[in-house]
Design a binder for this molecule. Structure first.
Ligand SMILES: C[S@@+](CC[C@H](N)C(=O)[O-])C[C@H]1O[C@@H](n2cnc3c(N)ncnc32)[C@H](O)[C@@H]1O
Length: 374
């Protein structure tokens, strides 16, 4: 069994922990902006292929006392780097955290890099080059108190970059956040799903990937672990094959996305084609005021503008009131959710929220408000 650490957005640790357990992880322990778990190599690949709510999976390789720069250098040199990296391969080091003597992450990262390449030079007379964009080995040094944990990053590019969404709206949700909102909303693919302000389509797209049992990692062709010396290509191929075979041919219940902007629907349609769900979901240009419930029961989630990035608080008050009125009048029997970063606007909905989930949307503290509509 190996120890792993999944990094996640603040506030989503419990949701991510549940997802990891469902994927077969053991000893799952949520921590601040991450989740510790255990499993074998197959699980590491499976998590990279299937996880919808996490950013990356780190594989800790050493932990040592590190009060200052010398201790950091010595600790890194005690590791046999030829087990992980040849001088022909490139590397990058990212550092997080710090202590009173190591309070510049950039400097600490340089120290780690120097310790590694100095060891290589002694052993081989040559060293790896640094490639901060697409390194063969991405190393993560996390310093907390007087300790340092060194990990290998198995994902490389963050897993929220699924690869299906080159087309972005003005204020798109991260795919990982959209997937987490679906979990918080207890989205059931057997019920209709509606996002009446879908922008680039992140919520309906993530809902359809989940409903069709499509592994989000299938859209990427590169994960950092593929460059590792122990990469098991046949195991990876087998997991991808199983994922492809398990996909459904049709949605259990309809998924709709609409937006008043033509340009937004065009983006959402391009993104839906990129991930192969364009024939399944229904995307339509429509103002929210025209919306009717497409059934007696279902889940509605929307992420209206809230003044931070789009629109203006004064003007938006009317839109939030209209949301509340429409929910009450036309969506009886449904469960509706609004993600907003503006408490004043949330009050304008005029309905009592039965739950409030704090979540971070980028750097903006937001709340997902739940309305049960009877
Ligand atoms: C914050 S963006 C949604 C972003 C989306 N979740 C994504 O990931 O791309 C808000 C969206 O609400 C849409 N919108 C604003 N007022 C609307 C209205 N009255 N009817 C329908 N859509 C509206 C905007 O066009 C915009 O695309």
């Amino acid at each position: 069994m190996n120890r792993y650490f999944a990094t996640v957005a603040r506030g989503l640790e419990t949701i991510a922990a549940k997802e990891l357990e469902n994927l077969g992880a053991t000893q799952v322990t949520p921590d601040f902006t991450g989740v510790h778990f255990e499993g074998d190599r197959s699980l590491l690949y499976r998590v990279n292929l299937w996880a919808r709510t996490i950013f990356r999976v780190l594989v800790p390789i050493a932990e040592f006392p590190c009060r200052d720069a010398d201790a950091l250098y010595r600790g890194v040199q005690n590791i046999e780097w030829s087990d992980y990296l040849s001088p022909e391969q490139t590397l990058a080091v990212r550092c997080t955290g710090g202590n009173s003597k190591l309070n510049h992450t950039h400097y600490s990262a340089l120290q780690v890099k120097n310790a590694i390449v100095d060891q290589q030079r002694r052993q081989f007379g040559k060293r790896s080059s640094v490639d901060s964009r697409e390194p063969d080995l991405q190393i993560n040094a996390h310093i907390y108190g007087d300790q340092c944990i060194l990990s290998l990053d198995s994902s490389g590019d963050s897993l929220h970059r699924r690869g299906y969404r080159p087309a972005m709206g003005i204020a798109p949700l991260k795919e990982t956040l959209a997937a987490a909102l679906l979990e918080l909303a207890e989205y059931d693919p057997n019920l209709p799903f509606v996002d009446p302000m879908c922008g680039s389509g992140t919520l309906p797209l993530e809902a359809s990937l989940k409903a069709l049992k499509i592994a989000p990692g299938l859209f990427r062709d590169q994960f950092a672990f593929m460059n590792w010396q122990d990469f098991d290509r046949s195991l990876w191929r087998q997991l991808c094959q199983e994922a492809l075979e398990g996909q459904l041919d049709e949605l259990p219940a309809p998924i709709w996305g609409s937006d008043r902007e033509r340009a937004a629907i065009d983006l959402a349609t391009t993104n839906a084609s990129n991930c192969g769900v364009a024939d399944f979901i229904q995307l339509k240009q429509m103002d929210f005021s025209q919306l009717e419930a497409p059934g007696d029961r279902g889940i509605l989630i929307c992420n209206p503008p809230y003044g931070e990035r789009l629109g203006n608080t004064e003007e938006l008050g009317g839109l939030y009131k209209q949301l509340g009125d429409t929910f009450k009048q036309r969506f009886k029997g449904w469960t509706a959710f609004i993600l907003t970063g503006n408490k004043e606007l949330a009050k304008r909905v005029g309905l009592r929220a039965s739950r409030r989930f704090p979540v971070e949307n980028g750097a903006i503290a937001c709340t997902l408000l739940k309305y049960e509509l009877y």
